[in-house]
Ligand binder design. Structure first.
Ligand SMILES: Cc1cc2nc3c(=O)[nH]c(=O)nc-3n(C[C@H](O)[C@H](O)[C@H](O)COP(=O)(O)OP(=O)(O)OC[C@H]3O[C@@H](n4cnc5c(N)ncnc54)[C@H](O)[C@@H]3O)c2cc1C
Length: 425
């Protein structure tokens, strides 16, 4: 079972604007909707519901943003993982819905930060970098789609030389700049949204793992010292979720790791990222990086490892950083941490229902900062009875991975190997 845990040693936890301390759930409570999990999925759902006037209670096993939402790369990248699969499922009319959903999460973040005055270092500007010629072809296709759809933000193809001038590394052969994508301090965003939901009347209970859900006309979520009886339950525990066995087999847990350097000098910033862009490569075993507000380089990537021991994370991540930026050879690393991503077999996020009044959202396959915000909106729509966008996802049957949690380590090792080989093609 998930034991309540404090935040780990991430740069985000060390630079948080507000430390949350919401009281654990006690006694028999009632709500219109009970949300399980206070990451972006759960908090986004709660805020959308509170905005619509629902009485919402969120139960969180640890702290708001404790999971992937408070640890990630902070890269806000439009699009949905597994889109090609979704497009094939949806047909011509679906293409329009899909295009709108691609950018909806970015818009929600933009609006919320403004509406609720959330201080979370939100910056716009993102560079998709290419390593191989096939990546350039994919970027050209994306560029043409942006043109066809009259994308409202600035975007531009960058040559190899322009990439070098823009981010001070010769590691890439071209890029696609998109000012409609960006980056954010994810923990401050998540906590800011939680505070907005509470200000609108939602109740959050931290240190309150949900232990079971009693199904029925009014489902009841049970924790060790209390319960919430509600009209609807929304499960938003993603890969950390443990109470609903049916959902566990849908996700493979994959770890991703980040190191944060000491603050860089003005000269170093001018050399490696003067325009303050988020940067990400297109591999599955990918690398991503950006500057924090205090000018640290936050450099992330995946490797085949299961512990979150900072010394090991440094050992694996520092050579990756130095390959991209040999000029930062002597830089000090102040923070190293990791988190777990819920990956689905077909990469399509899983939004569905276990019963008429028990919904779930999970499995963004590493592409969750924007999509969780969309998912929260779709969950709120579904509770209110509008099913159009919910059904787009719910209509795609999740692929079950037998024993995915029990045999997580060997399966993930095999998966990583498979994708490492694919990245090499
Ligand atoms: C290192 C890393 C880097 C990443 N970088 C990016 C990026 O740059 N851009 C991007 O788009 N995506 C990124 N992602 C993915 C993204 O962070 C996730 O897709 C997203 O945060 C998932 O949000 P969530 O709310 O569904 O899950 P989580 O944030 O994991 O939240 C789930 C919460 O549910 C709680 N919970 C679980 N079970 C229970 C229970 N029974 N009772 C109560 N509470 C429970 C957990 O404690 C947890 O707080 C990254 C992920 C990681 C780990």
């Amino acid at each position: 079972m998930l034991q309540p845990q404090p935040h780990t040693g991430s740069y985000y936890a060390a630079s948080v604007n507000h430390v949350t301390d919401y009281a654990p759930l006690r006694g028999a409570q009632r709500a219109d909707v009970c949300v399980i999990g206070a990451g972006f999925s759960g908090i986004s759902t709660a805020l959308h519901l509170a905005e619509r006037g629902y009485d919402v209670r969120v139960v969180e096993a640890n702290r708001v943003g404790w999971g992937a939402s408070g640890r990630n790369g902070g890269q806000i990248i439009g699009g949905i993982s597994g889109e090609a699969k979704m497009a094939a499922h949806l047909g011509a009319e679906g293409e329009r819905i899909l295009w709108e959903m691609r950018w909806a999460g970015n818009d929600i973040i933009r609006e919320r930060v403004q509406t609720y005055g959330i201080e979370c270092d939100l910056k716009w500007g993102y560079l998709d970098v290419a390593i191989k010629p096939r990546h350039l072809r994919e970027q050209q296709e994306e560029f043409e789609q942006l043109e066809r759809r009259e994308f409202p933000f600035h975007y531009r193809r960058l040559s190899r030389e322009e990439v070098v001038a823009t981010i001070g590394t010769e590691a890439y052969i071209g890029g696609l700049l998109n000012m409609g994508n960006g980056h954010v301090h994810p923990l401050n965003l998540c906590i800011g949204e939680a505070r907005a939901a509470v200000a609108l009347g939602a109740t959050i209970h931290e240190q309150s793992p949900a232990l079971s859900i009693e199904e029925g006309k009014k489902p009841r979520v049970v924790t060790s010292r209390g319960s919430v009886t509600a009209d609807f339950v929304v499960l938003a525990g993603n890969v950390h979720h443990f109470i609903e066995p049916r959902l566990r087999g849908y996700l493979l847990p994959v770890n991703s790791f980040i190191i944060a350097t000491e603050p860089l000098s003005e000269i170093q910033v001018a050399n490696i990222n003067p325009n303050d862009l988020a940067v990400c490569d297109p591999n599955y075993v990918l690398e991503y990086f950006r500057l924090s507000a205090d000018q640290r380089l936050l450099f992330g990537g995946r490797f085949n490892y299961f512990s979150f021991e900072p010394a090991i994370i440094r050992k694996f991540m520092i050579p990756k950083l130095q390959r991209i930026y040999p000029q930062l050879q002597d830089i000090r690393i102040d923070y190293a941490w990791g988190g777990t991503i819920g990956v689905t077999v077909n990469r399509v996020p899983q939004l569905g229902r276990l019963a008429d009044n028990i919904l779930y959202t999970q499995g963004y396959s590493g592409h969750g900062v924007n999509v969780t915000h969309l998912a929260g909106q779709i969950m709120a729509e579904a509770v209110a009875g509008t099913m159009e966008r919910f059904d787009v996802f719910a209509g795609i049957k999740p692929v079950v991975i037998p024993g995915s949690h029990r045999f997580a380590k060997p399966m993930v090792s095999l998966g990583m190997l498979y994708y490492q080989l694919k990245d090499r093609l």
